[in-house]
Design a protein around this ligand. Structure first.
Ligand code: SF4
Ligand code: SF4
Length: 289
C-alpha cells in the first residue's frame, strides 16, 4: 500500500533528519523524474534503479573552517575530506529498505571513465534545492555554506521533493559590485582565463549572462593525484634505465601521494581551492576565535 500525503511528509522529514544525524550538513529531496529534462538516458536515476521515485541528496562540508585559513595551503589537500555525505546517503538507503520496505541504492557519483560520473551530483544538488551553479569551475554553491560535497540515495519510495532555489547564489552581491568596478569577480581575478587561468564570465543585471570554464586546464592543476597520476608514475617506472632510477621514482613524494590518493582517497579530491578561497559565499562562517 502506498503512502498518503501526510505519511509521505512525515517520512520525508524523518529521513532528512536521519541524514543530518548521520553527518550531512544539508539535505534535500529531488523527484527522480526531474532529471529527465536535463540528462540523457543512461544518467537518470531510473537507469540505476528502475521505478525510482526520489533522490535524497546529502551535502557536507569538507575541511573545517580554520583549514581554509591555514598558512600551509597543502593542509586543504591532505585533511578534511571524510565522506560524511556518502555515509549519510548509505545510512538513508539502508533505513529506507529496512524501515519502509522500499528499494534504495547509493547514487553512482564517481567517474568510471573520463571525468564524468554516471550520475551528476551537481545536478542532484540543484534539483533538490541545495544550491546553484557558479562561475567558479561550475561548482554548486549552497547559499549558506558555499562549497559542499554531495552524495545521494536513489529510492523507489515516494518522498516530498524540495523546490529548486529561486535565486542564483552566484554572483554574490559583492561580486557584482567588484565586476562593475573591475570587470572581474574574485574567482575570475584569481584564475583569469585570459591570463593562463580557467575562469571567465560576463554579468548583466546582476546575473551571469555567459561563463567559461577551462576544465582540462583546471584538472591539470587541481587533480594531479589519483589514478591518472599513478599511471604516469608507472610509465616513468617502466621506462627507467636502471634500478637506481626506478628506485628514485618508487620512493618519490609523487609516487607515495598517488598511492595514498588511490588507497585512502586522500589527496585526490583537489589540490587547488583558490577560486573557492576567495568566494564570499559562506565565507563569514570561517571567522572564528
Ligand atoms: S580549482 Fe584552481 S585551477 Fe581550477 S578553476 Fe579554481 S582556481 Fe582555477
Ligand atoms: S567569487 Fe563570486 S562570482 Fe565567483 S563563484 Fe563565488 S559568488 Fe560566484
Amino acid at each position: 500500500m502506498g503512502l498518503d500525503d501526510e505519511q509521505a511528509a512525515v517520512a520525508t522529514d524523518a529521513i532528512k533528519q536521519l541524514a543530518l544525524d548521520s553527518g550531512a550538513t544539508v539535505v534535500g529531496i529531488a523527484a527522480a523524474g526531474a532529471f529527465n529534462e536535463y540528462v540523457p538516458e543512461g544518467h537518470r536515476p531510473t537507469d540505476f534503479l528502475p521505478g525510482a521515485q526520489s533522490v535524497v541528496v546529502a551535502g557536507s562540508l569538507g575541511p573545517s573552517n580554520a583549514a581554509w585559513q591555514s598558512p600551509n595551503r597543502r593542509l586543504m589537500e591532505i585533511t578534511g575530506y571524510d565522506f560524511r555525505e556518502n555515509v549519510a546517503s548509505l545510512v538513508v538507503a539502508e533505513h529506507i529498505e529496512t524501515a519502509h520496505g522500499y528499494q534504495a541504492i547509493q547514487a553512482p557519483a564517481l567517474p568510471t571513465s573520463g571525468q564524468h560520473p554516471p550520475m551528476s551530483m551537481m545536478l542532484a544538488a540543484v534539483l533538490s534545492g541545495l544550491g546553484t551553479r557558479s562561475i567558479a569551475a561550475n561548482i554548486i554553491l549552497n547559499p549558506t555554506y558555499g562549497l559542499l560535497y554531495y552524495a545521494a540515495a536513489i529510492t523507489t519510495m515516494p518522498l516530498v521533493p524540495d523546490h529548486q532555489l529561486e535565486d542564483n547564489v552566484c554572483p554574490a552581491r559583492s561580486c557584482v559590485k567588484m565586476y562593475e568596478m573591475e570587470g572581474k569577480t574574485p574567482c575570475m581575478a584569481v584564475c583569469p582565463a585570459d591570463e593562463g587561468g580557467c575562469i571567465d564570465a560576463t554579468i548583466e543585471g546582476g546575473e551571469i549572462s555567459s561563463s567559461y570554464f577551462n576544465r582540462e586546464r583546471c584538472s591539470t592543476r587541481a587533480m594531479n593525484f589519483g589514478i591518472r597520476g599513478h599511471i604516469k608514475q608507472v610509465e616513468l617506472l617502466t621506462a627507467a634505465d636502471d634500478i637506481e632510477e626506478a628506485k628514485a621514482v618508487l620512493h618519490s613524494d609523487d609516487f607515495r601521494r598517488n598511492l595514498a590518493a588511490i588507497g585512502r582517497y586522500k589527496e585526490s579530491v583537489a589540490q587547488c581551492f583558490e577560486c573557492m578561497r576567495v568566494c564570499p559565499v559562506g565565507r563569514y562562517r570561517r571567522n572564528l576565535k
